[in-house]
Design a protein around this ligand. Sequence first.
Ligand SMILES: Cc1cc2nc3c(=O)[nH]c(=O)nc-3n(C[C@H](O)[C@H](O)[C@H](O)COP(=O)(O)O)c2cc1C
Length: 232
Amino acid sequence: MELFEAIETRRSVRKYLAEPVPPVVIEKAISAALLAPNSSNLQPWEVYHVSSPDRKAALIAAAFDQSGAATAAELFVFVARADTWRRNRALVLEELGKRGEIPKQQLDYYTKFVPLFYSHGFLNIVGILKKIAFSLVGLFRPVPRGPFSGSAVKGVLSKTVALACQNFMLAITAQGYSSLPMEGFDECRVKKILFLGGESAVVMMIAVGKEDPAGIYGPRLRLDPKLFVFEV
Ligand SMILES: Cc1cc2nc3c(=O)[nH]c(=O)nc-3n(C[C@H](O)[C@H](O)[C@H](O)COP(=O)(O)O)c2cc1C
């Protein structure tokens, strides 16, 4: 299926047939997810394929027993991690080092800018100081306006993870299966089920399976693009 066909065909499917999804379909979709553009190439995502029956049941309950989750053959949880950047930075620099000398600008970016971006300090003291400093300098020239707190970092990283989610869902569609993105879940419970700490944000739960035609609740509905698209 070509890209535009996949984009047009993908629908949120809320009921699935009792049919398995071949592992190769899942592997390809996960590979596509991990090719998404991402903030500073620090790949702050984690993808949990929840297959243990107990955990799956707990996850469905945490998602308020939504039929999309309850009938899906496969369930995935896409997570943003604000605490993996040091490890991933070291690994990225190691890979870049294997390709030759790392340009100073790139090295500075990873060793100076990235820590400034991710660090907010005990009781957010560094974050508050950053906000004051950037606000003052910002009176005279363009400056980054955040993130200045742990939760703001998670917000930024969630953009990246949402892009991975979309790659994943389009790759599922392109292979003849369907999906449902979900934010309707109790995040505290989902984190507990997956043993995730405070430095993580659950971005989306995604159901995957073979579509039951009754799982599409109506024709696609989009509003007039004139409401959203501007030539300026
Ligand atoms: C971030 C996000 C969270 C969503 N959460 C839910 C959800 O919890 N339950 C659900 O049934 N649909 C959920 N949806 C699906 C939307 O309702 C759906 O995408 C929208 O109605 C448009 O329909 P379409 O995807 O078929 O084009 C979610 C979609 C997104 C992008």
